[in-house]
Design a protein around this ligand. Structure first.
Ligand code: FAD
Length: 421
């Protein structure tokens, strides 16, 4: 049996950030990861606030040395490339907004950098797959069993077990958390690849994210991840993908030409450089994801929809907040049987709720959304896109407008579903 203060399952952005912060606070931490790094992962565009958090972790130099493309904003093209809107990366300092930058990342490199930073800070890395949590009769989680890469099995005795296993939702599958509800965007599939030879926008716009909209729930992303390579993905209803009856390669090749003329223009001479992959039914929500001796962070408890590139942002911010909650819990020596992570849980939920509302307004009320972004509440909504979604001072007018639109859209969606039986 190995003893530690904190055991973390999964070394994606959420797990590695939690581990890095804990180790810097001097808290003994073990990070369990089943994949050998570097490993492929989708999710390559960062928000402005994710960039800021990486700088505050002292990782700016490493990000620059790695040559990750600098992102200045996101351009969104409407159907057939007719209209577009531009969302710059904007920072706020002393109440003044100014344009800023963040990064696009090749996740194999980025995730490895975070893992190495955590190890350098003193985190113990365990190569293996977490098998089952150890849960006492009173519900207190006290550790986890792990199948190590060398074929042996290890039992970890931990004061806190963190589930950062991403979409695997380890503690939910083990029956420790509340139920996993299907999210509003769960009937989607994303088919994606890296391409070479794409035509990039000129000058400073070369490395920005571009989103191409065809119709509700049918869109594509274009994310440059190095000088040569662009990540391109097409998201559609899963039923539509099945009806197409194509291989992923055939599907992408055709969608690249048909989805949006602006996408077709950029990919006219591009070649698919890796075997296309797909992820389906990825939208879910676990409401009770903390408890005595455990907490979930990042994708392990919720995934909404990737269109606004918030997954890594959630992982990084929740990871930092959770590390602080764990420190306070360990220092206070709270008794067993109580949930010391309720404040962290509300923080994470409130942040994700803001983006859920932004998404619902975008998909369900596109005209009202466009008016709010372009005219009525531009600055405040750009703040939300940048990721200033935590610990808000009241409800800014832009967010209130987004929430009204989102609620109206959800009500109509429910009425339509009721009529359709
Ligand atoms: P992960 O990064 O998934 O890490 C979980 C880790 O846990 C993995 O390394 C896994 O090997 C390990 N693990 C799992 N089970 C076990 C186990 N039993 N034992 C040991 N290890 C285990 N986000 C963005 O920010 N920008 C984007 O542009 C973006 N685009 C996306 C596009 C699509 C189609 C999808 C599906 C997602 C996208 N995301 C994007 C979201 C982003 O990929 C995730 O939100 C992010 O990776 C979550 O980080 P995480 O640390 O929670 O989980």
């Amino acid at each position: 049996m190995v003893k530690t203060d904190v055991a973390i399952i999964g070394s994606g952005p959420a797990g590695a950030t939690t581990a890095l912060d804990l180790a810097r606070m001097g808290i003994d931490t073990i990070l369990i990861e089943k994949e050998s790094f570097p490993r492929f992962h989708i999710g390559e565009s960062l928000t402005g606030e994710a960039g800021k958090l990486l700088r505050s972790l002292g990782l700016e130099e490493r990000m620059e040395a790695a040559g990750h493309p600098v992102k200045r904003g996101v351009k969104v093209y409407g159907p057939d490339g007719k209209n577009s809107f531009w969302v710059p990366v904007v920072k706020v300092a002393d109440g003044v907004r100014s344009e800023s930058t963040t990064w696009q990342v090749r996740r194999s490199d980025f995730d490895t950098m975070l893992l190495e930073a955590a190890e350098a800070a003193g985190v113990r890395r365990l190569r293996g797959e977490a098998l089952a949590p150890i849960v006492r009769d009173d519900g207190q989680v006290t550790g986890v069993t792990v199948a190590l890469d060398d074929g042996s099995e290890e039992t970890i005795d931990a004061k806190v077990l963190v589930d950062a296993s991403g979409m695997k939702s380890f503690l939910n599958r083990a029956g420790v958390t509340g139920d996993k509800e299907r999210g509003a965007y769960d009937k989607q599939i994303a088919v994606f690849a890296h391409v070479s030879g794409a035509t990039r926008d000129p000058g400073d716009e070369r490395d920005n994210t571009i989103i191409f909209y065809q119709q509700a729930n049918h869109w594509a992303w274009f994310i440059p991840i190095d000088d040569e390579t662009v990540s391109v993905g097409v998201v559609v209803p899963a039923a539509y993908f099945r009806e197409c009856n194509e291989t992923k390669h055939e599907f992408l090749t055709r969608e690249f030409k048909e989805l949006n003329s602006e996408l077709a223009k950029r990919l006219a001479h591009a070649e698919i450089a890796i075997e296309p992959m797909a992820t389906a039914n990825y939208s879910y929500h676990i409401r009770e994801f903390t408890g005595p001796g455990f907490a979930c962070v990042g994708d392990a408890h919720r995934f909404i929809d990737p269109v606004f590139s918030f997954g890594v942002h959630f992982g990084l911010h929740e990871g930092r907040k959770l590390a602080d909650a764990i420190r306070r819990h360990l220092e206070a020596g709270a008794p067993d049987g109580v949930n010391p992570f309720l404040e962290f849980q509300s923080y994470a939920e409130n942040g994700q709720d803001v983006i859920q509302d932004l998404l619902d307004a975008f998909w369900l009320e596109p005209w009202g959304f466009a008016h709010a972004v372009h005219q009525a509440h531009r600055d405040e909504i750009i703040d939300l896109f940048a990721g200033r979604i935590y610990d808000l001072d009241g409800e800014p007018g832009g967010l209130a407008a987004i929430r009204t639109l989102a609620q109206r859209g959800r009500t109509r969606r429910m009425e339509q579903a009721a009529v359709a039986g």
